[in-house]
Design a binder for this molecule. Structure first.
Ligand SMILES: *Cc1c(COP(=O)(O)O)cnc(C)c1O
Length: 465
């Protein structure tokens, strides 16, 4: 299997190269050249398999040229072992059986958000790829939320990668800061930048653009953000697993997914193209509604500014993974998409082709903070279930535009204990911290404060030992 760039101006590469590159050299995102298809008989034969077995089946055609079946299985097993229940890392719970409502709980990993599901695999598979190549990588990331902690937890055991994560000093939540900075790992460094998240991203971009600051012993500078190919591939697994568990007909269920960068939802779409029956995919967003505008009006334009909401991990002005879907809408014409994306970066709106059949599978809905608070309070009262603010967005959106004809799966992207402030605002008592959080209590936090300057960051990286 080869991987092509959405901008059409970079050579196709194998899985391992796409994994290590992150972004393609032409600025595009990697996509599989052709999409494997699992027919109904194959899916039927998979019913009853546990998560790890299924993961190995789903991923195999994507990675087979670089990673053999035994190695893949070993990575998947090792990743699953880091979840609450290795045999069932992504449990499905009934929210309200008479209404056919289910919650897919994707918060049972080491940092309690769905980002762990892909990141745990990325850490292991990158480490193995680097070992094979005899190379060392510097993993560099900026975070305002859950990505940083998931990356740190995933790479902390890697022998061939060092990790530097930037966060805006004093502007991440208490829980998120502790998850990043209280983890003891010799290959991980946290930088608290004296600026906001945009400053972090700007400095990061500068480092990726001019890599000469990278010490020679690093063969790769790797980004850990939502555009990595393996993140999308790994996130298809839990949709198949859920489908095989539900007793739904050929039409499949409705999946309502809280969206930011569109990585999780693109995975659902990809799974559908691979043969997953799904009646509808509901794009659930908060007041940062660029995706809702796209799916309702066919127009994609950068948000004027990012609004702070209760569902803070979805506070974005651009949805990077939408480019993967746009590539399909542009009939795989990378040159034309590249041009449209450059115009988009300059502030122009991008129009979806009118005849876009693909878009019909999607619904979308924007949910504001008042609705988030109401949904948290009401769901606890009516169904006895405590939602985190992101999942609350998915529940409201799924109920509003998921229809009544099919069972609904609300994808729960974070554990409520991660967002106590939002729960308190909803008038709800936060739950006791789960073991993964409680274990951080009283531990020393390690981070260095740094001015928001390109020179300072480059000097820091250049001096890494
Ligand atoms: C990252 C994140 C999202 C958004 O996911 P995307 O793949 O970026 O759309 C939603 N909820 C939580 C809790 C997250 O951490």
């Amino acid at each position: 299997m080869r991987y092509i760039s959405t901008r059409g101006a970079a050579p196709p590469v194998d899985f391992e190269t796409a994994l290590l590159n992150g972004l393609a050299p032409d600025g595009g995102l990697y996509l599989p050249e052709r999409i494997p298809h699992f027919d109904a008989a194959t899916l039927a034969a998979w019913r009853g398999r546990d998560y790890a077995e299924l993961a190995a089946e789903v991923l195999r055609p994507f990675v087979a040229d670089c990673v053999d079946a035994a190695e893949l299985r070993a990575h998947v097993d090792a990743a699953c072992a880091n979840f609450d229940d290795a045999a069932d890392p992504a449990p499905l719970r009934a929210l309200n059986e008479s209404r056919g409502e289910w919650i897919l709980e994707l918060f049972h990993g080491p940092t309690l958000s769905f980002k762990d599901y892909a990141m745990q695999l990325i850490g292991r598979m990158m480490d193995a790829a680097l070992q094979r190549r005899g190379q060392r990588a510097l993993v560099l990331g900026a975070t305002s939320g859950d990505t940083g902690s998931a990356a740190i937890a995933a790479f902390a055991d890697c022998r061939h990668a060092d990790v530097v994560i930037l966060h805006p000093h004093g502007r991440v939540s208490e829980v998120q800061r502790r998850q990043m900075c209280a983890l003891e790992a010799p290959n991980v460094r946290n930088l608290a930048l004296e600026g906001d998240f945009d400053d972090c991203q700007r400095l990061l971009k500068a480092c990726f653009a001019e890599r000469e600051c990278l010490p020679e012993r690093y063969g790769h500078l790797v980004a850990v953000n939502s555009i990595n190919l393996l993140r999308v591939l790994a996130q298809t697994i839990y949709y198949f697993h859920t489908h095989l568990r539900l007793d739904v007909g050929e039409a499949g269920a409705v999946y309502s997914v809280p969206c930011g960068n569109f990585g999780n939802m693109y995975a659902a779409h990809l799974a559908r193209r691979m043969g997953l029956p799904a009646a509808r995919l509901v794009v659930a967003v908060n007041s940062n509604d660029v995706l809702h505008e796209f799916f309702s009006a066919g127009r994609y334009r950068r948000g004027d500014s990012v609004r702070a909401t209760h569902a803070s991990s979805m506070d974005i002005s651009v949805a990077s993974n939408l480019e993967r879907l746009l590539f399909e809408l542009f009939d795989g014409d990378g040159a034309r998409l590249g041009e449209a994306m450059r115009d988009f970066a300059d502030g122009e709106a991008l129009q979806a082709p009118a005849s876009a059949e693909i878009l019909r599978a999607f619904g979308s809905c924007a949910v504001d903070d008042v609705e988030i608070r109401d949904a948290i309070a009401e769901t606890l009262k009516a169904d006895g279930y405590l939602l985190d603010p992101h999942t609350a967005v998915g529940v409201v959106a799924g109920r509003r535009c998921g229809g009544d004809a099919h069972p609904k799966v609300f994808v729960a992207t974070a554990h409520p204990a991660k967002f106590p402030e939002a729960l308190l605002a909803a008038g709800v008592e936060p739950p006791p911290p789960p073991p993964a959080l409680a274990a951080l209590d009283g531990r020393a936090e390690r981070f260095e404060v740094m001015p928001a300057s390109e020179e300072a960051l480059k000097a820091y990286i250049g001096a890494l030992q």
